[in-house]
Design a protein around this ligand. Structure first.
Ligand SMILES: NC(=O)c1ccc[n+]([C@@H]2O[C@H](COP(=O)([O-])OP(=O)(O)OC[C@H]3O[C@@H](n4cnc5c(N)ncnc54)[C@H](OP(=O)(O)O)[C@@H]3O)[C@@H](O)[C@H]2O)c1
Length: 319
């Protein structure tokens, strides 16, 4: 089978298509013919080999040589302990921890998968897992989103932001998205009421206030965010600058005592809300925003686009 393989840390140029042996499922795994896979920030961290990702995947060179977590495909074989799925089922999910999604076939455990609704394409399904889980867990589990609130999403035009706005919209709230100029039309088209080009305007200095901030970039001091939160407003980050995230951890408890604003960090619970996403999709509430899909032969183009931050929504590759 073909797979996108890497044997050294670096930029997208370390990735190569190679012919390798098809995997065999263990007793507690299914074998999936992968139809589509999306690129995540985590794939990039593992590819570049920053300190934390080297702790996960080897200090000198990568132990797991095939990245890719968010896949959609058809089950081709099942291990003997599999109870929830059968051969021929169409499934999707986040394989992070095991990875191996950038390949024509991969093996996965049951808990990493959900059935794909028949009306959802493989490309749409592959776009959902990590970004949509971060959006649901950021807005609902941590953010306790309420009708009538004012929500701001910083880093709105990528995977998390494009799901978050659609998940938040039914709450009847006013949503502002912050991203670069080239993404603002797309943001308006998927439901943002207001958009801000961060290269021209600093939302922390505009004087406008929000009840909930969902941050994908976490690129400012915590007190800048507190300044634009309403009384009892909440700041929720899903990721971004490591030093700012540490600041959120350390200052969060003090900010909640002094300013009565809560600061929360989302720790991703992979695949927890896939069934909820199926319901939203089938009700027509969400439609994944897909950049591509790119053919496997064009994978470098897809990775470079993602690396430059020029993508809109989720970058999807068909295998
Ligand atoms: N908490 C967890 O357990 C966990 C697990 C996995 C991933 N994560 C995190 O989840 C996040 C992934 O989000 P995603 O998939 O939505 O990323 P994404 O697709 O890369 O989107 C990020 C967006 O932010 C924009 N942006 C860049 N600089 C900005 C700035 N200064 N101000 C405002 N917007 C800016 C980018 O566009 P331009 O480049 O055009 O500006 C892009 O549209 C990452 O932070 C990752 O670390 C967290």
């Amino acid at each position: 089978m073909k797979a996108i393989v890497y044997t050294a840390y670096g930029g997208p140029e370390v990735l190569q298509i190679k012919e390798i042996e098809k995997p065999h499922p263990k007793d507690d795994e299914v074998l999936i013919k992968v139809h589509a896979v999306s690129i995540n920030d985590w794939d990039f961290g593992l590819m570049n080999g920053d300190f934390i990702n080297r702790m996960l995947n080897g200090f000198l060179k990568p132990k797991r040589k095939i990245l890719g977590s968010d896949i959609a495909g058809r089950i081709e074989a099942v291990g003997k302990n599999i109870t929830q799925f059968k051969t021929g089922d169409d499934v999707y999910g986040d394989l992070s921890g095991d990875w191996g999604g950038f390949a024509e076939y991969t093996c996965a455990r049951e808990k990493a998968l959900a059935l794909k609704p028949a009306t959802m394409s493989f490309e749409e399904a592959a776009a959902i897992p990590q970004a949509a889980m971060l959006a649901v867990q950021g807005l609902i589990d941590k953010g306790k989103i309420q009708p009538g609130q004012k929500l701001l999403i910083n880093g709105a035009g990528g995977g998390v932001g494009s799901f978050a706005v659609q998940i938040a919209k039914p709450y009847g709230i006013e949503i502002t998205g912050v991203d670069s100029a080239g993404k603002l039309d797309m943001l308006r088209s998927i439901g943002f009421d207001h958009v801000i080009d961060y290269t021209k305007e600093d939302f922390t200095k505009s004087g406008r206030r929000y009840d909930l901030i969902l941050d994908v970039k976490t690129n400012r001091p915590m007190f800048d965010y507190v300044r634009v939160l309403n009384p009892k407003g909440m700041y929720v980050t899903v990721g971004g600058s490591m030093s700012r995230l540490l600041q959120a951890l350390v200052l969060g408890p003090w900010i909640s005592i002094i300013y009565k604003n809560r600061i929360c960090i989302v720790a991703l619970k992979p695949n927890k809300d896939l069934v909820y996403m199926n319901k939203l999709f089938e009700a027509g509430t969400i439609k994944p925003v897909i950049d591509g899909p790119y053919r496997l032969d064009d994978f470098l183009k897809a990775f470079r686009l993602f690396g430059q931050g020029d993508h809109k929504g989720k970058v999807v590759i068909t295998m």
